[in-house]
Write a protein that binds this ligand. Structure first.
Ligand code: ADP
Length: 621
């Protein structure tokens, strides 16, 4: 039997190719907008679910709310309110004061405000970028700026979904020598409060003894804000209106870095959603305070490196591939579930340790690779099962053939020998006749076994063909002669027409078997009183030998299947002719082994023509 259980050639290349595709697809999807959006959403989800250990906040908010506007005669007197607020907290000795109100134009209450600024220690004022094209910093007017220890930019960077997850630690205008960079207000507030400098290097920024792990990109250094989680009390806040009413509230600012800004819903234009906000956006001033908390408490969330993502995805895919390649049964699905669980939990575990790992790249390649590997395995196993089922049926049918076909001569031999034993006084002539029958039948049986075994060995590829040389007409005559009695029984005329007088090279016994089979089929599958024609031709180094009948014929679908072992057409079954459906498969094997082929032209009810096409030269190169 053919070794069907061997893995099909190249199957393993297809398997690993499929897995490589899963990897590339996962990596590609991660780089698309959809992938980034999913990563961000999962990041927000982690943010809400993982509460870091609480810390002691070191900032405080001095806010201008609706009440403050009301008490200080409206939005046009914001500076008056600001001056009052600064004066009220001064005695509490805040560590630094960062103002998030743009002061780029002169205003009504500037004298009062300047006086307040000049008396404020460690003051950081804001600046804003104007004109997207030209890019220019709008600083506080000179009279304010000269009292400031630092001027910082107040940008928060919302993502495409308007959720703010980062700040840029600096922003710049202009190129080359004209570059004008401004650090973020939160960073300036920290720097001023500690009286330290910012030291830059490609992978981090150092401010005093804090090292901010931020990679320098084209746009600058990006830092993820660790928003104060809901499990902690919020950053303390006092509005200027409340402070004016109760100056003792100023004690809340003692030793803190104070962020001053507008939070009134009607006036605060810089409000953004954060991963933690439900529906109310957060005011810019509070975001700056959160960014300050991130720096001051070293609560950094660092993005994993790209090589790490790629390596992780590669490992997931390789693991999926190996699981399905090396294990079977229930182990493979169980390990796959474990791998998926790992893929899902790994980014969360990293998040709890301050590393942000894109979720899609951990999870997607694992899912795709497992699905691909499992389906491949499933189809492969099914195909193998199909093959072995087919092998089993064939084996059973072969046994059937052996028992059925070979029983006839065996029964004749048995019957004859018993006769001789039972009637010892049998006349000599009769005894001789029975002896001849026994010899003939045992030869026939021997030949049948020989052919069957030869063909099995042929298909297994471990038999050498004999290299006989014999004239084609001899082969035809011998077969036609042997088939004659069969034809006569059905009153079928076998017409032998022109056969080229050429010499065939090959295994004569097998060739005879093949041609005889075609001839007997033609007789078997034809009604009586019809004609079977045998004719041949030879040209271009090919010999064509045909057997044409006027029998039951076959349609195209049937013709395509007749060389399968044990296949019989419905018409053949109904014809009442005995058969096993093995003959033609043997014929095909023999002819192919001789470097030839078989042509079949047939039409139902009209007849068939089988043609052997054989090389006239040597059997094998
Ligand atoms: P068997 O004759 O023992 O059934 P074969 O392998 O020789 O097996 O042939 C396979 C099948 O091909 C036959 O059962 C029959 O259906 C079909 N067949 C073969 N030769 C002919 C023919 N000359 N005319 C019609 N059908 C044929």
């Amino acid at each position: 039997m053919r070794p069907h259980d061997k893995r099909p050639a190249g199957s393993s290349a297809i398997y690993w190719g499929l897995l490589a595709f899963s990897l590339l697809f996962g990596v590609w999807l991660n780089s698309t907008g959809l992938g980034r959006q999913l990563d961000d959403n999962v990041y927000d989800f982690f943010f809400r679910h993982y509460q870091p250990p609480p810390w002691k906040t070191s900032s405080a908010l001095l806010t201008i709310d609706e009440q403050t506007f009301h008490d200080f005669e409206g939005i046009n007197h914001t500076r008056k309110a600001l001056a009052a607020g600064l004066n009220l907290i001064r005695d509490a000795h805040p560590l630094a004061v960062a103002v998030d109100i743009i002061l780029a134009e002169p205003g009504e209450d500037d004298d009062a405000l300047e006086a307040a600024f000049s008396a404020t220690q460690h003051l950081a004022l804001p600046c804003e970028l104007v004109g997207q094209r030209t890019g220019q910093w709008e600083d506080p007017i000179r009279r304010f700026k000269r009292h400031a220890a630092a001027v910082g930019q107040v940008y928060v960077e919302p993502g495409g979904d308007a959720i703010s997850r980062y700040i840029e630690l600096y922003k710049r205008t202009g190129e080359g020598a004209k570059t004008d960079r401004r650090w973020a207000l939160a960073l300036e507030a920290y720097r001023v409060s500690r009286g330290v400098d910012v030291v830059e290097s490609p992978n981090e920024l150092q401010v005093g003894d804090v090292i901010i792990p931020a990679t320098k990109e084209a746009s600058g250094y990006r830092m993820r804000i660790r928003y104060v989680p809901p499990s902690m009390t919020q950053i303390p806040r006092v509005s200027i209106a409340d402070l004016a009413r109760d100056p003792s509230l100023a004690s809340r600012f003692a030793g803190k870095v104070v962020f001053v800004g507008v939070i009134a819903q009607t006036a605060a234009r810089d409000r953004w959603m954060t991963p933690l906000s439900d529906s109310i956006p957060m005011a810019g001033i509070e975001m700056n305070a959160n960014a300050y908390e991130t720096i001051a408490n070293r609560l950094f969330l660092t993005d994993a490196h790209e090589e790490v993502y790629f390596l992780t995805a590669l490992m997931m895919v390789a693991a999926a591939g190996l699981i399905w390649q090396l294990t079977g049964g229930i182990t493979a699905p169980l390990l796959s579930v474990a791998l998926l669980a790992l893929a899902h939990l790994f980014p969360y575990w990293l998040f709890t340790r301050g590393t942000v790992f894109p979720y899609v790249i951990a999870v997607l390649p694992a899912w795709i690779a497992i699905t691909a590997a499992a389906s491949w395995h499933y189809f492969y196993v099914r195909r193998r099962l199909g093959h072995s089922e087919a092998e089993k049926t064939r084996y059973q049918q072969a046994i059937h053939f052996v028992t059925h076909e070979m029983r006839t001569p065996l029964t004749a031999i048995q019957g004859s020998s018993e006769l001789i034993n039972r009637y010892p006084a049998m006349p000599e002539a009769k005894r001789q006749q029975i002896n001849n029958l026994i010899v003939a039948e045992s030869h026939r049986l021997g030949r049948m076994i020989e052919v069957f075994l030869n063909v099995e060995r042929l298909s297994a590829g471990d038999m050498q063909l004999k290299d006989d040389q014999f004239p084609l007409p001899d082969l035809v005559d011998s077969c036609v002669g042997r088939a004659q009695p069969l034809a006569e029984r059905k009153q079928i005329t076998v017409v032998r027409e022109g056969v080229p007088d050429q010499v065939l090279h090959g295994d004569r016994e097998l060739m005879e078997y093949a041609f005889y089979n075609l001839l007997t089929n033609a007789i078997k599958y034809s009604p009586s009183e019809t004609r079977v024609r045998v004719f041949g031709s030879g040209d271009n180094g090919r010999i064509r030998l045909s057997v044409e009948d006027q029998g039951i014929g076959m349609d195209q679908k049937e013709v395509r299947r007749i060389f399968e072992k044990f296949y019989r057409t419905r018409r053949a079954e109904q014809s009442g002719e005995a058969g096993t459906g093995i003959g033609l498969s043997i014929v095909e094997q023999i002819v192919t082994q001789h470097g030839g082929s078989i042509d079949v032209v047939s039409s139902p009810g009209k007849g068939s023509c089988f043609t052997l096409v054989l090389p006239s030269g040597k059997v094998r190169p």
